[in-house]
Design a protein around this ligand. Structure first.
Ligand SMILES: [Zn+2]
Ligand SMILES: [Zn+2]
Length: 264
């Protein structure tokens, strides 16, 4: 009775998280090309054809790029809320009507012994939402692409075993960097992305006695680095009395290399 997962790829070049329990397996997003997605599956010893479906978070291309190809080639069911379907329909090409499913925000769908719960986030897409997986007493949360972590989100995601958690940018690097001001303002806004420090503050608040780790996800290529993210998250947590390695661990994710398949 265990829940397995791997962050297949994470970052602005494409996002995908693999989750499996009790013979049911899902992808949260497929933001790389079909070919790249197949390569990532190979690296964790899994096959796209065994998937039960793809869960879509929002219509940005780094989350949907491979969905059309994979859905057509492997006849996979695709789940998204109605507004997201409307926004991404023309972007992913033809998907058969009987493969299109609606997954409303703030609802739960049950697949065998796996419950999947959707929750809304604050991001500049039509109706962005992420997912919590419940299997027995195990809980896994995937949350990237949000401008901030609201109290409502915190209530939904608290005390999970593991988190795939956005730690997008270092504020200083972003401010000093080469992005035009309107892009900087978008990233820093309430509907953009979470900084290393803000991520750490939220982590400290949602972590509970069962929490074992956070996978730092969706790192900006231009405005962050793995070491910097880990250091800055650890430091901010330490300032709040939380020692990384004692209460819970931090893990890297990569734009191209899957994290090892972990059993919760
Ligand atoms: Zn996005
Ligand atoms: Zn994204």
């Amino acid at each position: 009775m265990s829940l397995h997962f791997s962050v297949l790829a994470s970052g602005s070049t494409g996002n995908a998280v693999f989750v499996e329990a009790d013979g049911q397996s899902f992808l949260v997003d497929a933001g790389l090309s079909g070919k790249q997605m197949e390569g990532l599956f190979q690296q964790i010893g899994k096959s796209v054809s065994d998937l039960s479906g793809i869960l879509v978070t929002h219509e940005h291309s780094d989350h949907i790029k491979g969905i059309g190809v994979l859905a057509r080639k492997y006849k996979l069911p695709v789940y998204a809320n109605q507004k997201t379907w409307n926004a991404m329909d023309r972007l992913i090409g033809e998907v058969a009507v009987d493969q299109k499913f609606t997954f409303d925000m703030e609802t739960v769908k049950t697949f065998g012994s796996l419950d999947i719960e959707s929750f809304g986030v604050s991001h500049d897409a039509v109706e962005p939402m992420f997912y919590t997986f419940h299997h027995g007493d195990k809980k896994l949360v995937v949350i990237t692409d949000t401008g901030y972590v609201s109290d409502r989100m915190k209530g939904t995601i608290e005390n999970a075993d593991y988190y795939v958690f956005e730690s997008n940018h270092d504020v200083q690097m972003l401010r000093m960097g080469r992005y035009p001001w309107n892009i900087k303002r978008r990233i820093l806004s309430d509907v953009g992305h979470v900084s290393n420090e803000d991520a750490a503050i939220a982590m400290g608040e949602v972590a509970g006695d069962r929490t074992k780790g956070f996978y730092l996800a969706h790192l900006s290529t231009d405005n962050n680095m793995k070491d910097l993210a880990r250091m800055s998250v650890s430091q901010t947590l330490q300032d709040r009395g939380i020692i990384v390695g004692e209460q819970f661990s931090l893990y890297d994710t990569d734009p191209k290399i899957p994290t090892p398949l972990v059993a919760i």
